[in-house]
Design a protein around this ligand. Structure first.
Ligand code: PLP
Length: 444
């Protein structure tokens, strides 16, 4: 039997007690895999863009909002795309400089905008009202932060409605094909010499690559039109967003960054020619395949003839999979008590989580070697938007997260990324300092 680095990490995590009776669930991140993904991203753009083209790869922080991960990616030459004061705080804590940070939220407050402009962080305005706020802020305090406008090319959605950002009625950006919108955008640029960027994020999981390229092409064409009308290269940078889909059905990485950039080169030849600086905002594709949720099987039981493994990984760490299983299926791997890959005839079984609602299943009727109490279930490809995006249902604590590196001799080293949340922290987060707050209220 040949072992993957993930198998070795699972075995070592169980042997070292990172997952066990005391800590029944944890997230594991393959640090070498993350570095490899970051390098592949940079290499793909370096290969296809004209020499000297400025390219910033800003990691979408929401995909893995963990300071040491942002720091690791910064070490690999990436920046951060942030969409809230919290995400900006994480990026700053990771030491990511303002010049490598991009702010994109659809609901930025005036205070947030003021702070970003003062720090020199690139801001993509979402809508006309936000642009008017920025007008006011710049009139009061001119600055040098690069400012762009997000547009929605309205090229259609992908297979997952909630992930589709480029439908006719998507909530993001200025809807470019609405009546009068394109003229409004061009005029907005001509009236504002400091508006120098265009932004679109048309993808996310479930989006065909060709459609993503179509969205980028409309961004490029809009920039050319604005620059023609302005008679100068006013738009100097295109932010093409992220959204490369991830293969959740095997260990293969597909599509690759190289395939996407090659497609962009043929679909939008001018894009990579050096006419524009580029910003990307990939999230899921950098992290997903390098993360594993590892959970102990607390009980094995059966109902209506169906075996059920009751584990400690459910909606709190795999929220999307539990609530929308048809859009977010996950592979589950079975490991034994000691964390070795479990062998045996596949038996169709449910893999359940610890939450108190019936639908808390991460896999239904899944053929796997029969899981028994004390075994371990691993949810694969969960490095992005899973354990880093914990859901506080049933006051389940946020699990610990550990980075790992497996040496060729099979030994595994761990580094803690986030310690498991303690019950004291959880109580404090749940109003623990205000126990008596309601004693007299409404009781007169
Ligand atoms: C979520 C998001 C991203 C990252 O999307 P992925 O599918 O994780 O690559 C990039 N840009 C914006 C504006 C986003 O909202």
């Amino acid at each position: 039997m040949s072992f993957t680095d993930r198998d070795r990490a699972v075995r070592a995590a169980v042997a070292q007690g990172l997952v066990g009776a005391g800590e029944p669930v944890a997230g594991l991140l393959d640090v070498a895999g993350i570095r490899r993904a970051a390098r592949e991203l940079r290499a793909a753009f370096a290969e296809f863009t004209a020499p000297g083209t400025p390219v910033l790869h800003a990691f979408a922080v929401k995909a893995a909002s963990l300071v040491p991960v942002l720091r690791l990616l910064a070490q690999e030459g990436l920046g951060c795309e942030v969409a809230s004061p919290g995400e900006l705080a994480l990026a700053r804590a990771a030491g990511v400089p303002a010049a490598r940070t991009v702010l994109d939220s659809p609901a930025k407050t005036t205070a947030e905008l003021r702070e970003a402009l003062a720090l020199g962080i690139a801001v993509n305005a979402d809508n006309p009202e936000e642009l008017a706020r920025i007008d006011g802020l710049l009139a009061a305090a001119p600055g040098t932060a690069p400012i762009g406008l997000r547009v929605n090319p309205q090229i259609g959605g992908g297979s997952i409605g909630a992930m589709s950002t480029a439908t006719d009625t998507s909530k993001f950006g200025v809807a470019l094909r609405d009546e009068g919108a394109r003229d409004w955008v061009v005029r907005a640029f001509l009236d504002r010499p400091w508006l120098t960027r265009l932004h679109a994020h048309v993808g996310s999981q479930g989006m065909p690559l060709a459609l993503m390229a179509t969205g980028v092409r409309s961004l490029y064409e809009l920039a050319e039109e604005i620059n023609d009308r302005a008679g100068r290269r006013q738009v100097d940078t295109l932010d093409i967003g992220g959204g490369l889909p991830v293969n959740f059905s095997s260990d293969t990485t597909a599509p690759t960054y190289r395939e996407y950039v090659a497609l962009l080169r043929s679909a939008v030849p001018g894009l990579l020619s050096g006419r524009y600086g580029l910003v990307t905002e990939f999230g899921r594709s950098l992290l997903a395949k390098h993360g594993t949720v590892l959970a102990r099987v607390e009980y094995a039981k059966s109902a209506g003839g169906r075996p059920i493994a009751v584990t400690h990984a459910g909606a709190q760490v795999a929220t999307r999979t539990v609530f929308v299983p048809e859009a977010w299926p996950l592979r589950v791997a079975a490991y034994d008590v000691e964390g070795r890959p479990k062998t045996g005839e596949p038996v169709a079984q449910d893999i359940a989580g610890p939450c108190c609602f019936a639908g808390d299943l991460v896999a239904e009727n899944r053929p796997l070697p029969l899981l028994e109490s004390g075994d371990h279930a691993a949810l694969l490809d969960t490095g992005a938007y899973y354990f880093s995006t914990h859901f506080a249902y049933n006051s389940l604590p946020r699990p610990g997260i550990h980075g790992y590196a497996a040496a060729p001799d099979g030994t595994v080293r761990f580094a803690t990324i986030r310690t498991p949340q303690t019950l004291e922290e959880l109580t404090a987060e749940s109003g623990g300092a205000h126990t008596e707050a309601l004693r007299d209220l409404g009781n007169e």
